[in-house]
Design a protein around this ligand. Structure first.
Ligand code: OOB
Length: 541
């Protein structure tokens, strides 16, 4: 059994190679190649720093030499927690050239998350800014290092105190042993918000394909100017096509420290940004700002939106407010990327999350029994393909749960296929409320709930409940006020929602708590709902 499975995996791997998805270059070599093609063109803009392709290439070599002197070598892990700045890109390529594996942490991660990553991947070095957005990373770094002898180096961008300054690692380039294109290039963090972190090993060849094929799909050329507004360590801004895809096309990458509309609009105008990527909660903020902002954004041709469900209402407001096209992106750090295409009809762009990047992405939609659902029905998306991982990093037990015997990744996303073959994301398998055994999809409640005149925005979460197992909690951002539970129940009843599907609790929030990349943090909402005294949820019978 095991043997046949290995044969199948080998045969698929050979097929991918034959199809050209495994170009024999590392990401470090690719940067050298791009520098050869576009040497003097500007590759990177971050604050006052502007680097040409040739300069970026050289700086990456110099920093790689510095890391090598510290003793960082091929195969070592390095915890990388840099914000959107030139140092992020230089450092990333330096580590890629060394064959050291960056662990792509977000600037917003703190001790608990970082400790868990260290526990799992045992990095030899930790790279962070000294300060970012008013936060001092030095005490955090010391805290992370305590009791971890394997974490030998703290490298800080800025005043490093007793530790190593990033600037001190700038040395004459030297010949270094290079990784293979089939090696793991980097470790992405899983988007999953479940307790223990999962790391996603992406190889040089698969990640290069991911970025370059995405760049091609988006029609990028030397004229492309990408604004990295989301935190650069996330797969979406990094390689879909993002920073790496833009560099592969000879374009220019502009780094925004934060995704705030103030900063982004000014950069779009000043740098002639042609495309950028956002998560839906940020789209809402940008559109709100656009109600009074008059910055000339005419260079912006394309806004990619992904990471969480984009409502058709919000989608429809994008082109008039920002004067650009919309592309929906449904992706995951584990691999699969779906895009709406630039020439898709507007209906498709507004109402679907597109279709897979690669013809060899095998997507199947299965029911609770693991068997394919009928055409057009909702089920869990499972995927296997040339740039989708076959397993998480050092996680055999998790892998047994998350991957089928044939090597399909079980995404946990509930989707359906339209007649044209586009994917519509309907929710998460776990975004179901198992209310006394009755399964209710959160979206079944959210949709009618959002039509209540006092509801500005809403999300429904499952909250552990002694009596029901799970109760449904409607978390609402109100317009002038937030409706009471019985008002909401009456509204939903009038729309024909059965009593048991009506929310058991309502929780008012002034704004969404967000994850490190800016998605709505549903775990936090559940925790909030649990803190509210049970009197708040007169159960619907
Ligand atoms: C992106 O990657 P992750 O790893 O942070 O999160 C993946 C999960 C998906 O499994 C899905 O649950 C959700 O985020 N998601 C979407 C979505 N795009 C991602 N849900 C609804 N609509 C969408 N368009 O989030 C990511 C990676 C690469 C490109 C874009 C997003």
């Amino acid at each position: 059994m095991m043997d046949t499975r290995h044969h199948e995996a080998d045969a698929l791997e050979q097929h991918y190679a034959r199809q050209g998805y495994r170009q024999p270059h590392t990401l470090g070599q690719l940067l050298r190649h791009w520098a050869g093609q576009h040497g003097d063109a500007t590759a990177l803009v971050a604050g006052a720093t502007r680097l040409s392709y040739a300069q970026l290439d050289l700086q990456a070599d110099r920093l790689a030499a510095g890391f090598a002197r510290l003793g960082v070598a091929r195969g070592d892990r390095v915890l990388l927690q840099l914000p959107n700045d030139a140092a992020f890109v230089v450092c990333l390529f330096a580590l890629l050239r060394l064959g050291a594996l960056p662990i792509m942490a977000m600037p917003a991660h703190r001790e608990k998350d970082l400790a868990a990553l260290c526990q799992l991947a045992e990095p030899v070095a930790y790279v962070a800014p000294r300060r970012f957005l008013g936060f001092d990373y030095l005490p955090l770094a010391e805290c992370v290092k305590r009791g971890r002898p394997s974490l030998r180096h703290i490298v800080l961008d800025g005043d490093a105190g007793p530790w190593t300054a990033l600037a001190a690692l700038d040395e004459a380039p030297r010949e270094l042993p290079a990784p293979a294109h089939t090696d793991t290039a980097l470790l992405l963090l899983s988007g999953g918000t479940t307790g223990t972190p999962k790391l996603i090993p992406r190889s040089h060849a698969d990640y290069a394909y991911n970025a370059i094929a995405s760049a091609r799909l988006c029609g990028l050329s030397r004229d492309a100017v990408y604004l990295a507004a989301l935190p650069a360590a996330h797969n979406f801004p990094l390689a879909c096509p993002g920073i790496l895809g833009t560099l592969s096309a000879g374009g220019r990458v502009v780094m925004a420290k934060t995704p705030s509309s103030d900063e982004a609009f000014a950069l779009i105008h000043a740098e002639g940004v042609s495309f950028t990527a956002l998560v839906p909660p940020l789209v809402a903020l940008w559109l709100e700002a656009r109600e009074w902002d008059r910055t000339d954004l005419s260079s912006l041709k394309l806004l990619q939106v992904g990471g969480a469900r984009l409502t058709p209402e919000l989608a429809a407001r994008i082109p008039p407010a920002l004067g650009c096209r919309l592309q929906q992106v449904f992706g995951m750090a584990e691999g699969l990327l779906c895009y709406t295409r630039l020439d898709d009809p507007w209906e498709t762009v507004v109402h679907t999350q597109g279709r897979p990047l690669c013809p060899d992405d095998e997507v199947r939609i299965v029911g609770a029994d693991g068997l394919p659902v009928a055409a057009g029905e909702v089920g869990e998306l499972q995927v296997r393909g040339p740039y989708t991982i076959r397993g998480y990093y050092r996680a055999p037990e998790q892998n047994a749960r998350s991957f089928t015997e044939e090597g399909f990744y079980c995404s946990g996303d509930l989707v359906r296929l339209t007649a044209e073959g586009n994917i519509v994301v309907e929710g998460r398998v776990k975004e179901q409320i198992n209310r006394a055994g009755e399964k209710i999809g959160a979206a079944e409640i959210e949709r009618p709930l959002s039509t209540h005149p006092d509801v500005h925005n809403c999300v429904v979460v499952a909250v552990p409940d002694e009596r029901l197992g799970e109760r449904s909690c409607a978390v609402v951002i109100g317009r002038e006020r937030v409706p009471t539970l019985s008002e909401l129940q009456r509204h939903l009843g009038a729309l024909g929602l059965p009593r048991y599907k009506q929310p058991d609790q309502v929780l008012a929030v002034p704004a969404w708590p967000l994850t490190t990349v800016g998605k709505i943090d549903k775990q936090r909402l559940v925790a909030l709902a649990l803190r509210v005294p049970a009197a708040g949820h007169e159960a619907a019978g």
